[in-house]
Design a protein around this ligand. Structure first.
Ligand SMILES: Nc1ncnc2c1ncn2[C@@H]1O[C@H](COP(=O)(O)OP(=O)(O)OP(=O)(O)O)[C@@H](O)[C@H]1O
Ligand SMILES: [Mg+2]
Length: 252
C-alpha cells in the first residue's frame, strides 16, 4: 500500500546565525492528521527549526515541503493562505485590545478571511467558547495571566481556520490542572481535523498527546519514534539534562 504524502517534509535543513549553527542537517516528516512533538534541552534548536518550517526565516540549507510542494522560501504571510497557523513561544497578543477584539482581528487573515465584522465576530465567539475564553472576552489581553494568554494565542491561530497548527511551548508556566486543560483542548483541536506539530518541555503532555516525537540536541536530530521509544533511547536519556535519567523527570 502507498504511504500517504506527509503534510510536512523537512529535508536536511541547516540554520546558521553568524558564527553559530543552531540547526544542523535535520530531516523529518509530519504525518497528516496526527500530533507530532519536538523535544530537546534548552538551546537544542527547536524554535529555530519551528521558525524555519513556519516561514519566519528560511533555512541556510535544505528544503521544506508542504503536501509535496516546495515551500522553502515562502514568507510567513503566505502561510495563513496555505492553512498553516502558529503560536509564538513569546506570546504576541495585541496588548491593548480585548480578548474578543484580538480574536476578531485574526479572523480577517488567511484563506478563510472573514468578509465583514458580523462574520468575524460570530467566528470569534465560537472560538472563544471552544477555547474556554468566552467569559473573559472583554478583558484586555495585557491584563490576563499566562494560562489565558496561552489560550488566546491558540484562539488567534484557530481564527485563521488552519489545517496545520504549530504550537511552541504552549504549556510552559501552566500548573498541572491548567496543563490538563491544555492537553484536552489540543486533543479536541486535533479531533476537529487539524494536524498538530508542537514543541513542549512538559513530557507528560508529550506522552499523552504525541504519536511521534523528534528529539533535538545541539541542533541535531538524535532520535525519533513513539514517546516510549525515544524516552527509552539510551542516548536521549544521557543527553537530556546531561543526566542518566529519563526526560520525563523534567517538569518545567
Ligand atoms: N535569531 C537568532 N540569532 C542568533 N542566534 C540565535 C537566534 N535564534 C536562536 N539562536 C541560537 O540558536 C540556538 C538554538 O536556539 P533555539 O531557540 O532554537 O533553541 P530551543 O531548542 O528552542 O530552546 P528553548 O528550549 O530554550 O526554547 C541557541 O544557541 C540560540 O541562542
Ligand atoms: Mg524554543
Amino acid at each position: 500500500m502507498m504511504e500517504k504524502t506527509p503534510i510536512i517534509e523537512v529535508q536536511h535543513i541547516t540554520k546558521r546565525f553568524k558564527g553559530l549553527t543552531a540547526v544542523k542537517d535535520v530531516s523529518f516528516t509530519i504525518r497528516e492528521g496526527g500530533i507530532t512533538g519536538m523535544i530537546g534541552p534548552n538551546g537544542a534548536g527547536k524554535s529555530t527549526t519551528f521558525n524555519m518550517i513556519c516561514g519566519y526565516y528560511p533555512p541556510t540549507e535544505g528544503k521544506i515541503f508542504f503536501r509535496g510542494q516546495d515551500i522553502t522560501n515562502k514568507k510567513a504571510h503566505e502561510y495563513t493562505n496555505m492553512k498553516i497557523a502558529r503560536t509564538f513561544q513569546i506570546m504576541k497578543p495585541l496588548k491593548n485590545l480585548s480578548v474578543l477584539e484580538n480574536v476578531v482581528a485574526s479572523c480577517y487573515f488567511g484563506h478563510a478571511a472573514a468578509k465583514n465584522n458580523r462574520e468575524a465576530r460570530e467566528r470569534a465567539m465560537e472560538i472563544l467558547q471552544f477555547t474556554g475564553l468566552y467569559e473573559k472576552r472583554h478583558v484586555l489581553s495585557k491584563d490576563m495571566g499566562t494560562p489565558d494568554q496561552k489560550r488566546l494565542e491558540m484562539a488567534r491561530a484557530l481564527a485563521t481556520k488552519p489545517e496545520l497548527l504549530f504550537l511552541d511551548e504552549n504549556m510552559a508556566g501552566l500548573n498541572p490542572a491548567e496543563t490538563e486543560d491544555a492537553i484536552r483542548l489540543i486533543r479536541e483541536i486535533n479531533a476537529s481535523g487539524v494536524t498538530i506539530f508542537l514543541i513542549e518541555h512538559i513530557m507528560k503532555a508529550v506522552v499523552s498527546l504525541c504519536e511521534e516525537v523528534i528529539v533535538l540536541h545541539h541542533g541535531e536530530k538524535i532520535a525519533e519514534g513513539t514517546p516510549e521509544q525515544v524516552m527509552n533511547d539510551p542516548y536521549v536519556m544521557e543527553v537530556y539534562l546531561g543526566k542518566k535519567e529519563a526526560p520525563h523527570a523534567q517538569s518545567n
